[in-house]
Design a protein around this ligand. Structure first.
Ligand SMILES: CNc1ncnc2c1ncn2[C@@H]1O[C@H](COP(=O)(O)O)[C@@H](O)[C@H]1O
Ligand SMILES: [Zn+2]
Length: 351
């Protein structure tokens, strides 16, 4: 067991679906609570521990609490640097972090300042020699409607042009039971046409088939969750066909879906459906802080649940490189890292 844990920690990994404020560790939450004791926030309000389940709705309450704790540039800088270093410590070599720009009139925080601070944290980690490549996706919270979505796309476009390749795309997230993707189509189309890559949460709950049908026509560059796309889960052949025809990778987050109760148990996770089809699947954490997990643990859970060998798990982490939004030069660098590490991690003799 110990040996398995070490293997998955050492396995070089790619994390493509991580919400910044959902990824805050218990240690960082402690530091934030110490900065804001008057809020009277306890750990039980910011994380869902092992064995606990919550409705998706309750998960979204947790983000509200964390947002109260993270509301100045100083907080965002600390949180982003801590999260990046924790992913690096966990063996993640390439990370696409995503976050929703927020403004806080009380602390003078603007949406532009919010994104600049995260880019600054990424730069500082690089200067400090943290062994990880980090890129950023600007998130649209669907709850905020079409105008805010369009503003966010403009902000993301500006940063894509000025951030030296750090900002690569746009995420669509937020409570899936609120609003309809139809209203956000113009913003998403604009994002796509200006060259932002699209990572969209799709069919995270069962009532979204019509919306997914519409958004898949864009088509997005990656899909978050896609829990209810396939017929066995109440989706349709037509949805599956669209995903397969465009070969759109899925970002799959096992613990998030089990703790948020959109999937009844690990062994019922839709990972198996797509994996058996040979469709590109990338194992991700979603919110490692809120769901008390890390990427090594998610890999290990997938392997033990679906009885996959170390070689199969190596292939999964390796194929994830091709699903990143990074340019070819970065992908080549990662390919090289993986090739160097393979004999060390898998302990296969060098030919
Ligand atoms: C559990 N499944 C999920 N489904 C949809 N959206 C989610 C999510 N988990 C997180 N978020 C999105 O990420 C925000 C928190 O990080 P940031 O403040 O953006 O860094 C949440 O408010 C929500 O919009
Ligand atoms: Zn997510």
């Amino acid at each position: 067991m110990e040996d398995e844990t070490n293997f998955y920690r050492q396995l070089p990994k790619v994390e493509l679906h991580a919400h910044l404020n959902g990824s805050v560790s218990a240690e960082t939450i402690d530091k934030l609570i110490a900065r804001k004791p008057h809020l009277n926030i306890q750990h039980s309000m910011t994380a869902i521990r092992s064995g606990q389940r919550r409705t998706l709705d309750e998960c979204f309450q947790v983000f509200k609490v964390i947002h109260q704790l993270v509301n100045t540039e100083e907080d965002i800088l600390m949180v982003a640097k801590d999260v990046i270093k924790e992913f690096a410590d966990d063996g993640v070599k390439y990370l696409e972090l995503r976050s929703t720009p927020r403004e806080e009139p009380k602390s003078g925080l603007t949406k532009k300042g919010y994104v600049e601070t995260i880019i600054g944290a990424i730069q500082q980690c690089k200067e400090e020699g943290v062994d990880i490549e980090v890129r950023f996706l600007v998130a649209v919270d669907r709850r905020n409607g079409p105008e805010v979505a369009m503003e966010t796309v403009k902000l993301a476009e500006n940063f894509m042009l000025s951030s030296d390749g750090v900002v690569l795309g746009l995420d669509l997230s937020g409570d899936p039971t609120v609003g309809h993707g139809r209203d956000l189509l113009p913003a998403l189309q604009k994002a796509k046409s200006c060259g932002l890559k699209l990572a969209l949460h799709l069919s995270e709950v069962s009532s979204q088939a019509e919306e997914s049908e519409l958004l898949l026509n864009l088509p997005p560059d990656r899909i978050g969750h896609g829990t209810f796309l396939h017929p066995e889960a109440g989706g349709t052949d037509s949805l599956v066909e669209k995903v397969r025809k465009n070969n759109i990778p899925l970002e799959l987050c096992l613990t998030s879906n089990v703790k948020g109760q959109t999937v009844p148990s690990y062994d019922k996770h839709h990972f198996l459906y797509w994996y058996k089809l040979g469709h590109p699947c990338v194992i991700c954490t979603d919110d490692k802080g809120v769901f008390c997990t890390d990427l090594s643990q998610e890999y290990q859970l997938a392997a033990s649940t679906f009885d996959l060998s170390r070689e199969a798990m190596w292939d999964l982490s390796h194929k994830a490189i091709g699903c990143t939004f990074a340019p070819q030069s970065v992908k080549q660098r990662l390919e090289q890292r993986w090739a160097e590490l393979k004999p060390l991690v898998l302990q296969t003799p060098v030919p």
